[in-house]
Each structure stands twice: as C-alpha cells, then as structure tokens.
Design a protein around this ligand. Structure first.
Ligand SMILES: *Cc1c(COP(=O)(O)O)cnc(C)c1O
Length: 369
C-alpha cells in the first residue's frame, strides 16, 4: 500500500544520524531546556526569516500561548478558519475565548473578504487565528490590511506551512506571532511532540520563554501563570541535527510531486488544487475534490489500486460533537466548509514517495469513474 507517510523509509535514511544525536544528548547529562534547544531555536529562526523562535511542547500549546501572550482571555472573540486540525479551535476554547468562524473559499482556506465583513460588523473581535492550510500561504497582503485596518492581534497557524511564503514574505510574518508544530507527520516532524512560537518582537519572545516554564523569570521566581510546555533536548537535537538540514530538499521533493500530480491527473471528476500564484507552497498535503456523493467510491477505488487516501478533514470544525457544549459564532454559516469537507480527499505526498508510486497514484485517479 502507498501510505500518507512512510516513517520506515525515513528511519532507513536518517536513523544513524538520529542515534548519534540521541547519544550526544544522553552523554551531555542535560535533558530539558539546554544547548540543543538553543541551537535549534536559532537555526529555526534563521531558516524561517523571523527573528526569534521559542520551542514549546506542541503546536496546540504554541497557538494557545501565542493568544495568551497577545492578551486573549476568557470571553474574547477570535476569528478563525472553519477547516483545520481541531487543535486550532481547541487552543481558543481552552483559553475560554469564543471562536468566530468565517466560511472558506473554493480551496478550503479562510475567506479573507468575508473576514473583512465580519470584522466590520463586530468591532469586539480583537484576535484572529488564520490557518495556512495544506502548506499554502494565505494572501498576506490582505491579511496585513485586515491587521492594520481593524487592529486585530494575529497568531498565524503555520503548523502545515513551514517554509511557505507569499511572494518574498514568509508565512507567519504578518501576525504578531507564528505558531508551528513538529508533530511527526508535519513537514518538519520530530520523533514525538513539539512545537514553536516565532515572532519579530523580542519582548514577546522573552515572555514566551517565561510562560513555557511555569511562568518563572529566573529559578524559583514565578512572575505569571505559566505552563509546563518545554521542547525536550532530545527532540531539539533530532530536529537540529537530522531533520532541519533536510527540510529544503524534502520541500523540493513535495513540490515536484505536486507538479507531477497536477500534470498527470486528467480525470475531470478529480479536481486538483490550484493555490494562488503568489503562494510558494510547501505542499504539506495534496487535497483533491470529487463530487460529494462519490467520495466513498473514490476512496474505495484508490484502496483497490493500492493507495491509502486520507481526509483533511471529514467535518468542519463547527460540526464536531464537542462544539455543542461550547459557545461559538459563525455569522455567515459554514456551508462552504461543509461542502468542501464532504468532497475532499488527500492523496499521498511525502518526501519518501518514489516516482513510480506517484505515477501509480495518478493512474488510480485517472481510472476512476
Ligand atoms: C498539527 C496541527 C496543529 C496542532 O499541532 P500539535 O503539535 O499536534 O498540537 C495545529 N494546527 C494545524 C493546522 C495543524 O495541522
């Protein structure tokens, strides 16, 4: 079967380097918040083009802490995407803040024109968590206009879009804070959980370092209500020594696979993504759309052809059962998101796919009717 990810091939490729990195941490005798985390943070900031990076325990924590650092608290309204990993909205809910969903556009991205209308109608919305979904960049020019016109504080959810840009501008550079994840399936995956917050603001970065470590500004001096949300030395070492150096080549491979899918898939019932030309995507996923009532048939057909397809995501965030117990708002409804989710299927895309496998996936799409 051709899978969405192939961690065995990754281990075959970089296992020895990972073992070496692990041994270095073991021998150092220092396991939490040490020199490996420092080095990784500097390298990540440099790679990204945002001045400061702060390692934390997960992408969820990065979003939640990012919002709290910007002053988001219980009852605050946070405008966000209707389709994402549940963590995006969970971060808002955990603070006691109120998610406000905008609907999505044809590519599944938050509709920024609708955001403008929502922000015009409700000046009480002070925060925004836009998601750069599937590895593409949202229109950062428009996002910047929203930020400046409405004075919203923004945490950009870059968990799927590390390395993506809008023109020359990296994702995460318009918001006050960028949040990302090193969950193993992400483009820069750790070997367990991890995440980071990035910002150009030195003050915010310093506060994030305090917040991730029980709110202590120095040993045994607790200034604020913090978290235990630290990136381990082991994860930082594995990321810094083995994964981050390969991210450019891994991303290039994803881009080539996406190009190939887009030229080879000719079945008119299978619509391939067409992100904006200014988005220099990193293709975290390759979502296609089929007529909504045919999704099961398409996925079964792929299965018979040896391709394990996935869904990102089967339901709009607002439709998850837990949301019946949570207050949220969706001024224009989320019908586009529902329709999108009903028709969306993800084809395998990862750096360890072979070209034969890519061709096999494309052929499976073309032989479905
Ligand atoms: C994975 C992901 C997250 C959450 O990251 P974790 O590290 O799993 O907490 C948040 N948002 C998006 C868009 C994601 O893909």
């Amino acid at each position: 079967m051709i899978r969405a990810n192939d961690f065995h091939r990754q281990w075959d490729d970089i296992g020895p380097e990972l073992m070496h990195a692990f041994e270095a941490v073991g021998r150092s005798g220092w396991y939490v918040l040490g020199s490996e985390v420092c080095r990784f943070e500097s390298a990540l900031a440099e790679f990204w083009g945002i001045t400061h990076a702060v390692g934390v325990a997960s992408g969820l924590d990065a979003i939640e802490m990012g919002l709290r650092l910007l002053g988001c608290g219980p009852g605050a309204k946070v405008l966000t995407s209707p389709i994402s990993a549940f963590a995006t909205v969970l971060a808002i809910i955990r603070i006691g803040a109120i998610p406000v969903f905008a609907d999505c556009d044809d590519e599944g991205f938050i509709d920024l024109d609708q955001c403008s209308r929502i922000l015009t109608a409700d000046r009480y919305i002070g925060f925004m968590v836009p998601v750069h979904l599937y590895g593409h960049s949202l229109d950062l020019e428009t996002l910047r206009e929203l930020r400046d016109k409405f004075g919203v504080s923004i945490v950009e959810d870059c968990a799927q879009s590390i390395g993506a840009s809008w023109g020359d501008r990296p994702v995460g550079s318009v918001g006050h804070i960028a949040a990302t994840s090193f969950y193993p399936t992400k483009n820069l995956g750790a070997f367990g959980d991890g995440g980071a917050l990035l910002t150009h603001d030195a003050g915010l970065a310093a506060q994030a370092r305090v917040m991730r470590d029980y709110g202590q500004s120095m040993k045994y001096r607790h200034e604020s209500v913090g978290y235990n949300s630290r990136l381990d030395e082991v994860q930082a070492a594995l990321l810094y020594r083995a994964a981050l150096p390969r991210l450019p080549q891994w991303t290039e491979k994803r881009r080539c696979i996406a190009d190939r899918y887009r030229s080879l898939i000719t079945n008119s019932k299978v619509r391939t993504p067409s992100p904006a030309l200014s988005s220099r995507s990193v293709w975290h996923l390759f979502p296609v759309r089929v007529p909504g009532d045919r999704k099961r048939s398409f996925m079964e057909h792929l299965g018979v052809c040896g391709v394990l397809a996935a869904e990102h995501y089967p339901y709009a965030l607002a439709d998850q059962p837990v949301m019946t117990n949570v207050s949220f708002d969706a001024p224009y409804g989320v019908d586009n998101a529902r329709e999108f989710c009903a028709s969306q299927v993800s084809l395998p895309i990862h750096p360890y796919l072979t070209w034969d496998e890519v061709d096999q996936v494309a052929a499976a799409c073309n032989s479905w009717d």
